[in-house]
Design a binder for this molecule. Sequence first.
Ligand code: HEC
Ligand code: HEC
Ligand code: HEC
Ligand code: HEC
Ligand code: HEC
Length: 479
Amino acid sequence: MQEKKMEVPPDNSSGNEYEQFTWQQKVGLSMKTPIGLFGIGSTTVCITLTVLGLLGHITGLISNPYAAIVTFLVFPAGAVFGLFLIPVSGYLRHKKWFRDNLNKGNVVIDFGKKNHRKTVLLVLVLTVVNLSVFSLVIYEAYHFTESDFFCGAICHTVMDPEYTAYQRSPHAKVGCVSCHIGSGAEWYVKAKLSGLRQVKAVLDGSYSTPIPAPVEHLRPAQDTCEECHWPEKFHGKKIKKFISYSNDDQEQPYIQEIALHIGGRNPVTDTFEGIHWHVSNNVKVQYQSLDDKRTSIGRIKVSKPSGVTEEYTIDGADDGQGGKWRTMDCIDCHNRPTHVYDTLEQKVDFGLYSKKIDGTIPGIREDSITVLEKEFTSRDEAREQIVETLLALMAKRHDADFVAEHEESLISSGKYLLDAYLANVWPQMKVTWGTYKQHLGHQYEDEGYGCFRCHDEEHQTEFGKTISQSCDLCHDEPL
Ligand code: HEC
Ligand code: HEC
Ligand code: HEC
Ligand code: HEC
Ligand code: HEC
C-alpha cells in the first residue's frame, strides 16, 4: 500500500483538474458515469443469476424448462449488454477528458508500474471468469434449443398437434432435431434462422393454420432417417393386421392380414427387391410434382443400377415448366413417421376392439362416428360436450330405461371418444381428422395420397411400359 502511494504522484503539469487523480482513479472514474454504473450493476446481477441458474440446472434443482429460457437467454443477454456499456462509458468519459486537454500519457498502461500490472491482471482474470461462464451458458443454451421441449412445447398452441402425435409414436424418444436438423453446423444454422422466422410468426400471429405439409425444406432423409435405419437392413415381409367393424356388426371384427414385401437383397440375383427398392443403393427415383402437396405427379424418372434410365409421363404432365423435381426418399412414403394421426373410423374401431367402446350397445358405432364428426369450436367445448352428445344420441335410439341401465358404460365410451378427439383435433390450428394424410399404402388414393400416385398403370414410358398396380407386387393377397 505504502509503495503504491509513492509510485503515483499526482501530475499537475497541465493544470487540468482531472490530472490530479491517480491512474487507478481515472480508470475507476471512467466507469463511474450513469451508463457505466448501470452496465456494472446489470452485469453483476445478471452474471450472478446466470451462475445460480446454471448451478440449479446442472444439479437438477431447477427443472422447469421455462426457467431455462430465462437462465440461458434472458440473463446472459442482460450480462452481455451490461459488459458492452462499460467500455461505452469509458469511451465517452475519455472523450471528455481529451477535449479538456488531458495529457494522454496518463491513461496509457505502463507495465513497469505494479498497480498497472495488478489492474490488467484483475481485468484478465475477470474476463476469463466471464468467458467460462458464457461458454457454459452457450453450451447449455445450445442443448436447450435442441430439446424436444423447446421445439414442441414453447410455442404450445402452434406445435401441440405435432408434439402430441410425436409423444405417442415409435419415435417418442428420438429428438425432434434428429429428423428436423440432423448433424452438422450448416443445418443447425439454417434451422435457427428459420426458427427466428417462426418465432416472429408466433409473436405476430402470422403462422399458417394448419402448418402446411409437406415441409418444403426438410433435410434429405439420407442425413437424418438413415443415421438410424439403413436400406440394406430391410428384408423379407412384414405382416400387418387391419381390424375393422361395420355398423351392422359391432361385435365381430373383420380382420385383414396382409404381408408387405418390404424388401431386401435377393441372394440369388444379388439385386434389391421389394418396397424399399426405391431407396436402395444405385437406384434413383425422381419425380415432378404438379402441386405443392406432391399429390399429383407428372413425370417420373428412374435410374437403375444397370445404367438404364426410364421416364414415365402422364397426359397433362407439365412440359418441364413449373412442376418441381424431387428425388424420392423415405419421406415420400413415410411422411408421417412420427406425427401420426388416426383416421376417425380406425379410432372408433380400435375402441370397439379394445372394448373401450361397449360394442354390445346397438347403434354405438354409428353414433360414435357422428359424435367425432361434429365440429366443436374449441377443445374445451369438446371436453364439455362429447360425453353429453353421445348420451343424447343414444337417448334418441333407445328408451330411457335402456340408457339409464347402460349409463356407466356409455359414459366410459364417451370418455374414450373424448380422448380420441383430443389426440387428433385442434380447432384453433384447423387440424382435424384427415388434415394430415399419409402416403404409406393406398387408403387415401382418391385424394392423391400413397403408392398409387405412381403405381396407377397410367404413367407410361415411350414404349408404353407402366408402373404396376398388381396387388402381389407389394403384398400377398389379403386373406
Ligand atoms: C422420426 C422423425 C421426426 C421426429 C422425431 C420429429 N419429426 Fe416433425 N416431421 C417429420 C417429418 C418427416 C415431417 C414432414 C411431413 C411431411 O412433409 O408431410 C415432419 C413435419 C413436422 C411439422 C409440420 C407439420 C406436419 O405435421 O407435417 C412440424 C410442425 C413438426 N414436424 C414438428 C416437430 C416437433 C416439434 C418435433 C419434436 C417434438 C418433431 N417434429 C419430431 C419427422 C419427424
Ligand atoms: C435417432 C434414431 C432415429 C431416427 C433419426 C429415425 N428413426 Fe425411425 N425408428 C427409430 C427407433 C428407435 C424406432 C423404433 C423401433 C421399434 O420400436 O422397434 C423407429 C421406428 C421406425 C419405423 C417403424 C415404425 C413402426 O410403426 O413400427 C419407421 C417406419 C421409421 N422408424 C421411419 C423413420 C423415418 C422415415 C425417419 C426419418 C424421417 C426415421 N425413422 C428417423 C429410430 C430413428
Ligand atoms: C416406396 C415407399 C417407401 C419408401 C421410399 C421407404 N419406405 Fe420404409 N416402409 C414402406 C412400407 C410400405 C413399409 C411397411 C409398412 C409399415 O411398416 O407400416 C415400410 C417399413 C419400414 C420400416 C419398418 C420395417 C420393419 O421391419 O418393421 C422402417 C424402419 C422403414 N420402413 C424405414 C424406412 C426408411 C428409413 C426409408 C428411407 C431410407 C424408407 N423406409 C423408405 C415404404 C417405404
Ligand atoms: C414417385 C413414384 C412412386 C411412388 C410414390 C411409389 N413407387 Fe413404387 N415404384 C416406382 C417405380 C418407377 C418403380 C419401378 C417400376 C419398374 O421398373 O417396373 C417402382 C417399383 C416398385 C416395386 C418393385 C420393386 C422391385 O423391383 O422389386 C415395389 C414393391 C413398389 N414400387 C412398391 C411401392 C409402394 C409400397 C409404394 C407406396 C408406399 C410405392 N411403391 C410408391 C415409383 C413409385
Ligand atoms: C404399390 C404397392 C401396392 C399395391 C400395388 C397394392 N397395395 Fe395394398 N397396400 C400397400 C401398402 C404399403 C399397404 C399398407 C398400408 C399401411 O401400412 O398402412 C397396403 C394395404 C392394403 C390393405 C389394407 C389397408 C386398407 O387400405 O384397407 C388392403 C385391403 C390392400 N392393401 C389391398 C390391395 C389390393 C386388393 C391390391 C390390388 C388391387 C393392392 N392392395 C395393391 C401397397 C400396395
